[in-house]
Design a protein around this ligand. Structure first.
Ligand code: GCV
Length: 717
């Protein structure tokens, strides 16, 4: 017996070595491998009272059962009354017994989607209550409770009240109807339009579970480079089937609206937003959508950007266009997310200035169910960008932020880049809209300008690869989006810690090492790709790898040479008053800091200034030496990550260990490629040597310039 017990304890203590394909994401519910904790958990939660039969409560029940049984390694019993239960779950409306618990104080702070998780007593018996004002709040509470257990927290004295800080928490898919994914690096689209609506892939349900577990409550299923066909009857039936799957999980469906759809599928002669027939067409179409999908969320629209049709084709404004949709959606409580990612084919103006120039004058002109969706930076999801000057410039308009989870400019799905530090950097940036402390986060959560329509979106990095995101660590970025949209005050370290524990396990060396890797990964990538404020120097079209020399694109502002402006004097884009004066779009305090080369943070230096190769940096090195230093430091950091990962071989399942090991090798190779080709190219201007203490580039600039990538993914429309 003793031997048997020892063997059991040994098994419990042993790290999970079985293969893991990553499909379960952070919802693995593995047996708790700490015996003291396991017995505490077993004592605390094996009998559950979860009344109610709504689809969301049933989803909560299923999840709790699956989660607890996995974590505890034993069956849990669901009770018909609270009397025998240790874990009580529900809303005051779902059970008078829950209504009688002393939770009203906390519940008053939980709002429509929040929850409370408290340790309390009933008839002198200790219980844990997961309660909310709504069924979906209960589901969120259940996921949070399971997260506490998966991350091995003490659950003896719980006093959690949690409510989301933004109302719309969205994943935007750039999925085409032919199942290619624009800028997608994890396989094909998970939406199988051929087998929908009758065949419901388990993957849709697991996708909904994953999103709900991190508080995502909206999904835009189609590409912003939109196809009008999605609005036809045949497709709407399929979309409705997805909406039915998502509904119990609190997730609404949104579509992308092709502005010219009235012409393409409606056979009208125009799509002019002020034309009565066009307006009626959209009204009818939107009414039709709502008969299929009563809780349809609304539209995300890319208009007059990169060749997409829009109101300006008819000399109308973005407000005219957005308000046409808004008016038709309003009776159904739908919203319009109108993208501010616009820049004109014709304008020679600094591309970065164009969104502000078009949208700022429209502040206050949008209907109240319109939000303007702004990319985090003014350009296009670069490894590092300053915050978009639209944040803080449109106090009368709700602004959503758009991040990009898919790694279009961040090494595709072969580079390990944890994006929480990138997201947080923008959230914490101070717009000075209303003086010091007017952070982007406060613009987004509505507190700065009293906005009720608040939101955060991430362009999906999801495809039909078995592990959803291609790189196992891509999952962390999806996770981060949800967690930050729920609570932008969470730190990057907290998010990394939670994610690692749930996704890989709780052993201390594992958690510490992986967390460290994750937290250093974004800066490593900035260093080996675009240090010191360089930007947009990637390969043309596919955006794979470095091509700072490229100058053949049809438009100037698609060429890397336009953005780095390297010459014999120096490098960088002058956006001060002496240059394009882009800086005038920020509040004076922000502008002042960036405008002075001595106060401009070095990470943004070449974003705002054309700087002499000989300029002395804070380190005492000149600019050229600093550039070399940073590029080499970037590669070194990847090599450190490799070593750190290798030290985890016994603590990570074999499958994912090997995957990440191989991917880090690819990343190292590509980091060297970025470093060598950028430095060799910029050296043709600086005419200064790469310091001899650094390893020499093993290829010539010509070699790098001649590389071709016909297989680079993600470019197909
Ligand atoms: C969906 C960049 C990408 C495009 C993308 C566009 C956008 O330009 O390269 O693929 O199109 O951003 O955000 O609309």
């Amino acid at each position: 017996m003793k031997e048997f017990l020892c063997a059991c304890l040994f098994l419990i203590a042993m790290p999970s070595a079985k293969a893991d394909d990553g499909y379960r994401l952070w919802l693995r519910y593995e047996l708790v491998n700490n015996s003291t904790l396991l017995s505490n958990y077993r004592n605390a939660v094996t009998s559950v009272y979860l009344p109610g039969t709504s689809p969301s409560l049933l989803a909560a029940k299923d999840e709790l059962q699956m989660g607890l049984e996995g974590l505890l390694g034993k069956k849990v019993s669901f009770q018909n009354t609270l009397a025998n239960a240790q874990l009580v779950v529900g809303t005051p409306a779902s059970s008078s017994q829950i209504a009688a618990l002393p939770l009203s104080n906390q519940l008053s702070k939980a709002g429509d989607e929040g929850f409370v998780i408290v340790s309390t007593t009933r008839s002198q018996k200790k219980i844990i209550a997961i309660a909310a004002n709504t069924d979906i709040g209960v589901l969120y509470g259940v996921f949070h409770f399971l997260r506490l257990m998966q991350t091995q927290q003490n659950i003896q004295h719980l006093a959690v009240t949690s409510a989301p800080k933004t109302k719309y928490r969205l994943i935007d898919h750039w999925d085409n109807l032919n199942r290619t994914v624009e800028r997608g690096y994890a396989g094909f689209s998970i939406w199988n339009w051929h087998t929908l609506p009758r065949y419901i892939d388990q993957r849709y349900i697991d996708y909904a579970r994953a999103n709900a577990s991190i508080g995502i409550n909206g999904v835009v299923v189609t590409n912003v480079n939109a196809n009008a066909l999605i609005l036809t009857k045949e497709y709407l039936e399929k979309v409705a089937a997805l909406a039915n799957v998502f509904r119990p999980y609190g997730i609404k469906i949104y579509l992308t609206g092709r502005f010219s759809a009235p012409i393409e599928i409606g056979k009208l002669k125009t799509a002019d937003p002020l034309n009565a027939e066009v307006r009626q067409w959209w009204k009818n179409k939107i009414d039709e959508i709502y008969t299929n999908i009563p809780d349809f969320g609304g539209f995300l629209i890319k208009a007059n950007s990169e060749g997409q049709p829009g109101p300006q084709d008819y000399k109308r404004t973005h407000a005219d266009g957005a308000n046409m949709f808004a008016e038709a959606l309003a009776p159904h409580k739908g919203i319009v997310m109108w993208r501010a990612f616009v820049y004109s084919n014709e304008s020679p103006e600094d591309r970065l200035k164009q969104a502000y120039a078009e949208f700022k004058p429209l502040d206050g002109k949008f209907n109240n169910n319109v939000a303007i969706q702004v990319k985090n930076g003014p350009l296009d999801f670069q490894p590092r960008e300053p915050f978009s000057p639209l944040f803080g410039a449109m106090p009368k308009t709700p602004l959503f932020i758009e991040y990009q989870l898919t790694q279009e400019y961040l090494g595709f799905s072969t580079h390990l880049v944890f994006m929480a530090p990138l997201f947080k950097e923008v959230l914490n940036a101070d717009t000075y809209e209303k003086g010091k402390g007017s952070t982007v986060a406060k613009v987004l959560d509505g507190s700065l300008d009293g906005q009720a329509l608040t939101g955060m979106a991430g362009v999906a990095n999801i495809g039909n690869d078995i592990n959803w995101t291609g790189h196992p660590f891509g999952q962390a970025n999806w996770y981060t989006l949800g967690r930050l949209a729920w609570d932008h005050q969470l730190s990057s370290a907290q998010i990394a810690n939670e994610w690692v524990r749930q996704t890989f396990g709780n052993s201390k060396p594992l958690v510490d090492t992986v967390e460290k890797m994750m937290l250093s990964s974004r800066e490593a990538m900035v260093n080996y790709m675009t240090p010191l404020g360089l930007h947009h120097i990637m390969g043309y079209g596919h955006h794979y790898g470095p091509a700072p020399w490229f100058d053949k694109a049809s438009r100037a502002d698609w060429n890397p040479v336009y953005f780095h402006k390297a010459d014999s004097i120096g490098i960088g884009f002058d956006r001060t008053a002496n240059g394009t004066n882009y800086l005038s779009q920020y509040a004076p305090e922000v502008r002042k800091q960036f405008e002075d080369i001595n106060t401009c943070p070095e990470e943004y230096l070449l974003w705002f200034h054309h700087v002499s190769w000989k300029h002395t940096m804070k380190s005492g090195r000149n600019l050229w030496e600093e550039l070399c230093y940073r590029y080499y430091a970037g590669v070194d950091s990847v090599r450190v990550m490799q070593k750190e990962w290798n030290s985890l071989e016994k603590l990570v399942d074999k499958q994912r260990f090997n995957q990440v090991k191989m991917l880090l090798a690819v990343q190292e190779k590509e980091a060297v490629w970025w470093r060598n080709s950028c430095l060799l190219y910029f050296q043709t201007f600086s005419k200064m040597p790469i310091p001899p203490s650094y390893e020499k580039p093993d290829q010539t600039l010509e070699y790098y310039k001649n590389l071709n990538f016909p297989f680079a993914p993600g470019n197909g429309r």
